[in-house]
Design a protein around this ligand. Structure first.
Ligand code: DLL
Length: 433
C-alpha cells in the first residue's frame, strides 16, 4: 500500500476540485442554517451559500478569525446540539479565553483518518511501537496522535509529555520505534538521554513526528542527528480539529494538505487579498468535512506558501511550505520585520552553540532592542572568555549581515535556558517592563 488513503491522497486535480466544490457547498449551507453567527455574517457581507458556484467564489465569503471564536466562546459557533458532541478539546492560547474544539463522532473518525495518513506518510506501520510524548489532555496533540496510530494498528504508549527520564527508560525498555512530541521536547529528551549515559542512536527508535511549533530545517537536522532518526512533520491547529491538517512525506519537501478536508488559501494579511500559488502570506483554511464546528475562511496567522506540484511520493495533495512564522510573532526592530525562525536558522548553523536560545525584546528609550541568549556547547564554554566573546561577535555579525539588525548576543552557560516539554517559549517580550 503506497498511501494510507489511495483514493483521496492521489486524486486527479479535476476530481479533487469537484469533490471540494460539492463538500464546500454543503458546509456553507450547514454553517449558514445552523450557526446564527454565520447567517448574520454572510448576510452582512451580502452573500448566501447559493453564491458559491465555483471554488473561486469562496473569496466572496467573509473571513473568520480568532476574535470571532473568542467572542463566541465557548460554543457559539457549534453547529450541532450538545447531545451530538462526543468530545471537546481546547487550546490554552497565550492570552484570554481558550479556543474550543467540539467534535461529533464522525469528526473524531475523520480526524483519526487524517492522522493515520500523516503517520503512514512518515513511514509508520502496524509493527511500530509509538511513544506518544505530546501532552495528553485538552491539547489536541496527545489524543490526535494516539488515535491515528491506533488506526494504523501500532502499539501506542500514551506517555504524555514530561517526566523526561521516564521517557528515556520507556524507549529502552519497550523498544520504542517512533516518537511523537514537539521538536523542542525531542531536544530535551535527547539531552536527558545523554545525561543518563543512554545513546538514543543505538536504540530501535527510527522516526519522530514533530509539530505544534515553528521549527526550521536546521532544527530538523539537529534533531535527526541527535536522536539518530528521521524527523518528520505534522501541522494542524485546534480550530481545524488539531494535528492532521498537513504532513510531510519521505521527500521532506513541503507538507501535503489533506485538501479533501481543508481548503487552503494564502492571503495578504494586510489587504486580505487572495494571493496566487507560490506567494508567501497568511494561511487561511475552510474545513469542508467537519460537522460540530466547521470554520469558513479561518485566518490561522501562520505564514507560509502554497505549491501545487508533482511529488515523487505520488500524492497529488497540494503542498504548503514549512511554516515560516506566525504573524503574531513577527518582530519589528528598527523598522525591519523579523521572524524568530530566521534567527534560529542562523544560530543553528554555528557548530559551537546548542539549539537552545531565547530572544528577549527590550526597550531602550524609544527604541526596541533585541537580545539573544544562546547556550554554547560545554567544551566551548570551558575554553574561556576569549572564545566566548569571539562566538558572540561572530553570531552578532551574522545576524547583522543576514537580517540587517544589530542584536546583542550573549553566550550563556550550558543548561541555563529553560527546557521545553511542549511548545517552547522562545521570545520574551520585556518591552512593557
Ligand atoms: O499545535 C496541533 C498540533 C499538535 C499540531 C501536534 C501538530 C502536532 P494548537 O495548539 O491549536 O494546535 O496550535 C496551532 O501551532 O496555528 C501553528 O502556529 C503552530 N503549529 C502547529 N503545527 C506546526 C508545525 C496544535 N508543524 C498552532 N510547524 C498553529 C509550525 C505549527 N507551526
Amino acid at each position: 500500500m503506497k498511501h494510507w488513503d489511495g483514493k483521496y491522497e492521489a486524486m486527479r486535480l479535476e476530481e479533487m476540485e469537484n469533490y471540494q466544490l460539492d463538500s464546500l457547498q454543503r458546509t456553507l449551507r450547514w454553517a449558514y442554517e445552523r450557526v446564527p453567527y454565520y447567517k448574520n455574517k454572510f448576510e452582512d457581507a451580502g452573500v448566501s451559500p447559493e453564491d458559491l458556484v465555483t471554488l473561486q467564489d469562496l473569496a466572496k465569503f467573509p473571513f473568520t478569525n480568532k476574535a470571532d471564536l473568542r467572542d463566541n466562546y465557548p460554543f457559539g459557533l457549534c453547529a450541532v446540539p450538545m447531545h451530538e458532541v462526543v468530545r471537546i478539546h481546547a487550546s490554552s492560547g497565550t492570552t484570554g479565553k481558550p479556543i474550543t474544539g467540539p467534535y461529533t463522532r464522525e469528526d473524531i473518525d475523520q480526524w483519526a483518518e487524517c492522522m493515520a495518513r500523516n503517520l503512514y506518510a512518515a513511514g509508520v506501520r502496524s509493527s511500530d511501537i509509538c511513544q506518544n510524548a505530546y501532552g495528553m489532555g485538552l491539547f489536541t496533540g496527545g489524543l490526535g496522535f494516539h488515535q491515528g496510530a491506533e488506526n494504523i494498528g501500532c502499539a501506542v504508549i500514551p506517555a504524555s509529555s514530561g517526566m523526561t527520564e521516564r521517557q528515556v527508560l520507556l524507549m529502552q525498555d519497550f523498544g520504542t520505534t517512533v516518537l511523537f512530541c514537539t521538536p523542542s521536547y525531542a531536544l530535551t529528551i535527547a539531552e536527558k538521554a545523554k545525561d543518563m549515559g543512554v545513546d538514543l542512536r543505538g536504540l530501535p527508535l527510527r522516526v519522530g513526528i514533530f509539530g505544534a511549533e515553528v521549527w526550521t530545517a536546521e532544527m530538523r537536522e539537529s534533531i535527526e542527528e541527535r536522536l539518530g532518526i528521521r524527523a518528520m512533520e505534522a501541522y494542524g491547529l485546534t480550530e481545524m480539529g488539531g494535528p492532521g491538517v498537513s504532513f510531510d512525506c519521505s521527500e521532506q519537501n513541503g507538507l501535503h494538505i489533506s485538501e479533501d478536508h481543508f481548503i487552503p488559501e494564502i492571503i495578504d494579511p494586510i489587504t486580505e487579498e487572495v494571493l496566487p500559488l507560490g506567494a508567501q502570506g497568511e494561511l487561511v483554511f475552510t474545513s469542508i468535512r467537519r460537522q460540530a464546528m466547521p470554520l469558513i475562511r479561518y485566518r490561522t496567522r501562520d505564514i507560509t506558501t502554497l505549491r501545487r506540484e508533482g511529488c515523487p511520493c505520488g500524492r497529488t495533495l497540494i503542498k504548503m511550505d514549512k511554516v515560516y512564522g506566525r504573524s503574531d510573532d513577527m518582530l519589528i526592530i528598527s523598522g525591519v520585520n523579523i521572524f524568530p525562525s530566521q534567527i534560529e536558522s542562523l544560530l543553528l548553523d554555528v557548530p559551537e552553540v546548542e539549539p537552545q536560545y531565547v530572544i528577549i525584546l527590550k526597550k531602550k528609550g524609544y527604541l526596541d532592542t533585541i537580545n539573544i541568549d544562546v547556550e554554547s556547547r560545554p567544551d566551548v564554554y570551558a575554553a574561556g572568555k576569549e572564545k566566548i566573546s569571539e562566538i558572540e561577535e561572530k553570531l552578532a555579525s551574522k545576524i547583522k549581515g543576514f537580517i540587517g539588525v544589530s542584536a546583542a548576543v550573549r553566550i550563556v552557560p550550558p543548561k541555563t535556558i529553560t527546557r521545553s516539554e511542549g511548545k517552547a517559549k522562545r521570545v520574551l517580550d520585556q518591552r512593557g517592563m
